[in-house]
Design a binder for this molecule. Structure first.
Ligand SMILES: C[S@@+](CC[C@H](N)C(=O)[O-])C[C@H]1O[C@@H](n2cnc3c(N)ncnc32)[C@H](O)[C@@H]1O
Length: 298
C-alpha cells in the first residue's frame, strides 16, 4: 500500500484499495510505530471508520474501500503511530463488558484492573449495605463496573473520587451513558474528604509509576502524567492513602490496591505496619504477576 495517497486511491493504477490491503498496510505501519498488537490495531481502527463489526469487515475484505474511509483510516493510523492510544482514537475501551468512554485527560482502563473489580464483587456479595469508595476513579471504570455488577437487592453506596476535574468529567459522562446514576462523584484528594470510619471498602488504582518507568515506555506518552506518576519510587500516593486508612476504614472493612508487581512486598509490609491485624492477600494477574494487594480489617 505504499502507493496509496491520502485520499485512499493508488497512485499507480487509480484503483481503490481494499480493507485487506488497508489492514496489511496499517499493521506494518503500527508495528514500526512500536505497537505490540499491530494487526489488531489496524483492524480496530478500520472497523471504527467503517462503523462495522468483525464479521462484516471480514465478509468484505476484498471490496473497494470508499476513498473517504481510506482517508479517515490513514488519519487515524498517523495518530496511532504518533503514540495516541487506540482507545482514545475510537473513543472507548471495554471494561468488565461495559463500554467506558475515554479520551485525552483520562487513563485508559487496563484489563488487569478487572481482577480487582472481580475481587470487590466477591467481597460485596454478602455485604448489601457497604459503602464503597473508588479512590482515583479516572474514567469511573472501577466504581461503575462494581455498581453494574452488584447482586440484586444490594443497597451498597458507591462513591467515585478523583482530584482531577477532567477525569471526573469522563466519569460523569460514563455514569450517564451507562445509566448508573446512583454512583456518587466527589472531587477530592485521596480519602481526606471522608468522615472517620465511613468506608467499608476502599478500592484504589492510583498512579504508581516512577519517572524512569514512564520515560522508558513511549506507549504511555499520551496519557496524563497525573494518572501515572507516583513520585520517585512510585509510592507517594499509596503511602498517603495507607496512612489515612486507620481513620477512614470501618471495622470489618477492606481495601484493594492495584500496584506495580515490584511494589507488592513493600506495600504489604506498609499495610501490616499501619493496621496491625489486617488479613492481607495478593492477587496474581494472568501472567502470574502480583498486581493487587487486598486486605481486611478485623
Ligand atoms: C492510574 S489512574 C486510574 C484510573 C481508574 N481508576 C482506572 O483504574 O482506570 C489514577 C487516577 O488517580 C487520580 N489521582 C491522582 N492523584 C490523586 C489524588 N491525590 N487524589 C485523588 N485522585 C488522584 C488521577 O487523576 C487518575 O485519574
Amino acid at each position: 500500500m505504499e502507493a496509496v495517497e491520502a485520499d485512499g486511491r493508488r497512485t499507480a493504477d487509480e484503483h481503490p484499495i481494499t480493507p485487506a490491503e488497508a489492514i496489511r498496510f496499517g499493521a506494518t505501519m503500527t508495528a514500526h510505530g512500536g505497537s505490540d498488537t499491530p494487526r489488531l490495531d489496524a483492524e480496530v481502527l478500520l472497523r471504527h471508520v467503517l462503523q462495522t463489526d468483525r464479521a462484516d469487515l471480514f465478509a468484505r475484505l476484498t471490496d473497494p474501500l470508499p476513498p473517504a474511509s481510506a482517508a479517515a483510516f490513514l488519519t487515524l493510523l498517523g495518530r496511532r503511530i504518533a503514540g495516541e492510544p487506540i482507545a482514545y482514537l475510537v473513543g472507548e475501551k471495554e471494561f468488565m463488558g461495559l463500554p467506558i468512554q475515554v479520551g485525552p485527560g483520562v487513563l485508559v482502563p487496563r484489563p488487569e484492573t478487572e481482577l480487582l473489580v472481580e475481587w470487590a464483587l466477591r467481597w460485596l456479595s454478602d455485604r448489601p449495605d457497604a459503602v464503597v469508595v473508588d479512590v482515583g476513579t479516572g474514567s469511573g471504570a472501577i466504581a461503575l463496573a462494581v455498581a453494574a455488577g452488584l447482586p440484586p437487592g444490594s443497597r451498597a453506596r458507591i462513591i467515585a473520587a478523583d482530584e482531577s476535574a477532567e477525569a471526573l468529567a469522563w466519569a460523569a459522562r460514563n455514569r450517564w451513558a451507562l445509566a448508573l446514576d446512583t454512583v456518587e462523584l466527589v472531587r477530592g484528594d485521596l480519602t481526606t474528604w471522608l468522615a472517620p470510619a465511613t468506608a467499608d471498602l476502599v478500592l484504589a488504582n492510583l498512579p504508581y509509576l516512577t519517572p524512569d518507568q514512564i520515560a522508558e515506555n513511549p506507549l504511555l506518552a499520551a496519557e496524563p502524567e497525573g494518572a501515572l506518576l507516583g513520585g520517585a519510587d512510585g509510592l507517594d500516593l499509596i503511602r498517603r492513602l495507607v496512612a489515612d486508612l486507620p481513620r477512614v476504614l470501618a471495622p470489618g472493612g477492606a481495601i484493594g490496591l492495584e500496584l506495580d508487581p515490584g511494589q507488592t512486598a513493600q506495600v504489604t509490609a506498609l499495610l501490616a505496619e499501619t493496621l496491625p491485624g489486617l488479613r492481607i492477600e495478593t492477587i496474581a494477574d494472568l501472567a502470574g504477576l502480583l498486581r493487587h494487594v487486598v486486605a481486611e480489617r478485623p
